[in-house]
Ligand binder design. Structure first.
Ligand code: ATP
Length: 255
């Protein structure tokens, strides 16, 4: 059983690709309302860990619990229905659809079988449209509702991807580098959005930028070669000698 108080808990989770150990015995817990960060050098296993949590990959060992329920190895669509949602390092949107259509499809898929999409028409009326509009307003994209997704700035595409993730009513949201490639002005928009979302859900984010980590995260976990080597507040992990060593002496600064 998972420990009391954890919304998401990992126990000794591993993932091997042949002889390569991408994730090595990771134990981890996220409580309700927390924003947690995962950092680590390239190839440390951060995205693989997300893929195991969200069901894209089956773990080689260990257990994943959501709300106390063993959800190890369940496929992404089932986990999504249980309240787990994610975004991707390379933004995943429907590039030829409008902002409204992208979010509408997400809300509709949650309400019905995704297959029924083939037999339905996107419209502006009814409860699905109302909910899509509510989400679009909540992320601040209402002025761009009729824009084709691929015409949005990269920052707005990241926000749209978050809106699409919200359309499935998550209790926990996993964000894989939500500010990667985003201009400085738009980074603040995303930070403010993540902060406001945390009032309603727990958030885990992979991020390379320590400034963003320190502004958002209550707790940071450091991965190296698939293993957790440190955990704590941004100040604590930035002073950890092992963490400093894996970042090759790079100064890690918490604002
Ligand atoms: N599908 C796969 N098949 C084989 N090896 C993989 C696969 N996916 C990831 N790996 C390997 O697993 C290790 C961890 O990769 P992963 O992408 O999880 O790291 P990461 O910390 O997310 O890196 P980055 O910061 O560059 O995105 C790497 O050595 C990678 O090459």
């Amino acid at each position: 059983m998972a420990e009391d108080g954890y919304l998401l808990e990992l126990k000794d989770v591993s993932k091997h690709f042949g002889g390569l150990v991408a994730v090595n015995g990771v134990s981890y817990g996220v409580r309700k309302g927390e924003i947690r960060g995962i950092i680590g050098p390239n190839g440390a296993g951060k995205t693989t860990l997300f893929n195991v949590i969200t069901g894209e990959l089956k773990p080689s060992g260990g257990k994943v619990y959501l709300n106390g329920e063993d959800v190890t190895g369940l496929p992404p669509d089932i986990l999504c229905r249980k309240g787990m949602s994610r975004t991707f390092q390379l933004t995943f949107i429907f590039p030829e659809m409008t902002v409204f259509e992208c979010v509408w499809v997400g809300v509709y898929s949650r309400a019905r079988s995704p297959w029924s999409l083939f037999f339905s028409r996107i419209d502006r009326n009814g409860p699905v449209a109302e909910k899509a509009l509510h989400i679009i307003r909540s992320v601040g994209l209402e002025d761009k509702m009729d824009e084709i997704a691929s015409n949005l700035s990269y920052g707005d595409q990241k926000v749209l991807e978050i809106a699409m993730a919200l359309s499935t009513d998550p209790v926990i949201l996993l964000l894989d580098e939500p500010t990667q490639g985003v201009g400085p002005g738009e980074v603040d928009t995303i930070i403010n959005l993540v902060e406001s979302l945390s009032q309603d859900m727990s958030i885990v984010l992979i991020e390379h930028d320590m400034d963003i980590i320190s502004r958002l995260c209550h707790y940071v976990t450091v991965l190296s070669f698939g293993t957790v080597i440190a955990g704590g507040s941004c100040e604590v992990v930035s002073q950890d000698e092992e963490v400093q060593r894996i970042y090759l002496g790079e100064k890690i600064v918490c604002s």
